[in-house]
Design a protein around this ligand. Structure first.
Ligand code: AGP
Length: 617
């Protein structure tokens, strides 16, 4: 969950490093640092606690010489607090080697003791400094940066992406990765390394993903990738599907505001190329094969946070359309409960970043236990898709704000497409039924756009009235329940308010004790049009809480007059089929979380204590 950039090229290292770190800051932002080799071959480092801007200001006040080789890092603290001393880069004994790290070195204590016994002195509390000292000592023996790093990574346990450079090796940066992301950017007379493609997309859209337990050595005119034993490995170049402007704010007040506005196109772009004549065909599933999919007898959706709530919605659709039992599990729970899976199990991981360690470990477990593994992911070249049998990419574009919004609706879209593909393969839906559901999906972008047009201002006002609110409850039934959970998570992670989502039917089994006069409750109300709708039950739930003084905000289908007498506020959403209502009901909750955080003067894009991608277990 740190941002990493490496560069070899002409004398613009600092611009590349700081520009890349800015685009990666959402990965971690409690301290930042750079190391640069200047034209005379002297290495200069600077690192500061606080956001990247603190480092930028410091470098403006106290410049260091620019150069042609450099590494940079933004940190999300694991070992040692966010201080100048604990910021990366960390140096070898003689200060000639600089190293940056993303991940956790699990056996750092024993290695640190070995170094202390040999007389080493430490300047930080980090696990990273152990690696820096070890590589520096190997270099003093080998004078070969790649070999030195190779020897050290063979001794490390845990998850790491390491980049190193040495004063005696101008024009060389070496990187190694295990269970943590690293991608190569290929330039003309320059090459780049980054924890994701955002690090260098401004300079090149040619990229190469680096696999598990691999080492890469970049120079201005060469890129060499080997495994940890030194054997050359095949690499595959890909083109980054978006440009630098896509990862800029583009005039929006925050990345989150921009990304909420992009929710319609996130759905539309995820549908692109996957529907032909109203029928869903996912070529991406060919590595698993329709014959295997026809024989699957269980699906397990694994994910964390918002992605797990997308999975909960996917469950309803996939079960209804394909008639395959679907379980939704939190990755970190699934991984360690000895789950029952086999070759007839399809495990689908859902991850925006494709680097969430909890989900990556669960994917590895599923692969080791013969399940078929499919990933839904928003980041090309990420680790989780590479560890899976197949991947269905969402095309939401880069999601920079830590709180996930457009990726959520894109994930649900991808899961619905998978459900319709399975229904076709297993013949559990007729072509006409598939076309009808595809038409509903294709109508979603315009309906989300309508919600954004109609409700944004009203929700902003509502949020400004609620800045003193200490607690908000969210209620939903059936497909409204995952929406309630997602709305509660947004309020927690953005406005730092205690918020809890409940299945509305659960209210009477305990949570109703929480209702007291003035308690704010946001209720996701299903459409009344469906004869089997749970609408009457949800309206009863609203009456029960109103009778106890709750202040009710209802998200309800426009024209649903039956809610009006029981709600203090009603936020209307367009009409949609039952399974498609969540696409529309969630958007006001995304806006509400953002607006309330903004009204409270909080950092909407980089909430406290969080990082965009949780790459440690
Ligand atoms: C959602 O707003 C949070 N940022 C968090 O719950 C996130 O969804 C979760 O960490 C999973 O991330 P992933 O989709 O990148 O795997």
């Amino acid at each position: 969950m740190c941002g990493i950039v490496g560069y070899v090229g002409d004398s613009k290292s600092l611009e590349v490093l700081l520009g890349g770190l800015k685009r990666l800051e959402y990965r971690g932002y409690d301290s930042a640092g750079v190391a640069v080799l200047d034209a005379d071959g002297h290495m200069a480092t600077r690192k500061r606690a606080g956001k990247l801007q603190v480092l930028v200001d410091d470098l403006t006040d106290r410049p260091i010489a620019n150069g042609a080789t450099g590494i940079g890092h933004t940190r999300w603290a694991t070992h040692g607090g966010p201080t100048d001393r604990n910021a990366h880069p960390h140096l070898g004994d003689d200060g000639k080697l600089a190293l940056i790290h993303n991940g956790i070195i699990e056996n750092f204590s024993e290695l640190k003791q070995e170094l202390l016994d040999s007389g080493a002195t430490f300047t930080s509390e980090t696990d990273t400094e152990v690696a820096a000292l070890l590589v520096g000592r190997e270099y003093d023996e080998t004078h070969d940066l790649t070999e030195s790093l190779r020897r050290v990574v063979a001794r490390l346990k845990g998850a790491f992406t390491l980049l190193v450079m040495h004063e005696d090796q101008p024009g060389v940066v070496v990187g190694a990765r295990r269970n943590s992301p690293l991608v190569i950017g290929l330039g003309d007379g320059e090459n780049f390394l980054g924890s994701d493609v955002a690090a260098f997309v401004e300079f090149t859209r040619r990229a190469v993903a680096i696999g598990q337990d691999q080492i890469v050595t970049i120079r201005t005119d060469s890129v060499v990738v080997t495994d940890f034993d030194g054997n050359p490995v095949e690499t595959e170049e890909f083109e980054i599907a978006w440009d630098a402007s896509a990862s800029d704010k583009g005039g929006w007040s925050s990345f989150m505001a921009k990304e909420i506005s992009e929710e319609p196109e996130a759905v539309a772009n995820t549908l692109l190329g996957r529907v032909h004549d109203g029928i869903v065909t996912l070529k991406e599933l060919e590595p698993i094969g329709d014959d295997v999919l026809a024989g699957i007898d269980r699906i397990v959706l694994i994910a964390c946070g918002t992605a797990a709530y997308a999975g909960m919605l996917g469950k309803y659709a996939i079960e209804q359309w394909s008639r395959i039992p679907v379980d939704v599990e939190l990755s970190h729970e699934f991984r360690y409960r000895n789950p029952i899976i086999n070759e007839r199990t399809l495990v689908i991981s859902i991850s925006q970043s494709g680097e969430t360690m909890d989900t990556l470990m669960a994917v590895k477990y599923a692969m080791e236990h013969n399940a078929r593994v499919l990933s839904v992911c928003n980041t090309q070249g990420a680790t989780i898709p590479r560890e899976s049998h197949a991947v269905v990419y969402t095309h939401a574009g880069p999601e920079v704000a830590v709180a996930s919004t457009k990726a959520f609706v894109a994930q649900v879209t991808a899961l619905y497409l998978i459900g319709l593909h399975l229904a076709r393969v297993r013949e559990t839906l007729t072509d006409a039924e598939i076309r009808a559901n595809v038409a509903e999906l294709q109508a979603v972008p315009d309906k989300i756009a309508e919600v954004l047009r109609v409700s944004q201002a009203e929700i902003g006002q509502l949020a400004h009235w609620m800045t003193d609110t200490q607690s908000v409850l969210f209620l939903g039934r059936n497909v409204g329940y995952p929406v309630a959970l997602e709305g509660a998570l947004k309020l927690k992670e953005l406005a730092y308010i205690h918020a809890e989502g409940f299945a509305a039917g659960e209210l009477k089994h305990g949570p109703i004790a929480l209702i007291e006069p003035g308690q704010v409750v946001i209720v996701v109300v299903p459409s009344p049009r469906d004869p089997d709708s749970l609408h009457p039950k949800v309206v009863s739930n609203i009456q029960e809480i109103r009778a106890r003084g709750a202040r009710v905000i209802a998200i309800a289908e426009k024209g649903d007059a039956s809610v009006l007498p029981f709600a203090d506020e009603v936020i209307p959403i367009p009409l949609a089929g039952h399974l498609f209502e969540p696409f529309l009901a969630v958007v006001p909750l995304h806006i509400f979380g953002m607006e309330l955080a903004s009204a409270k003067g909080l950092d909407v894009d980089q909430p406290r204590n969080l990082a965009k991608s949780v790459t440690v277990e």
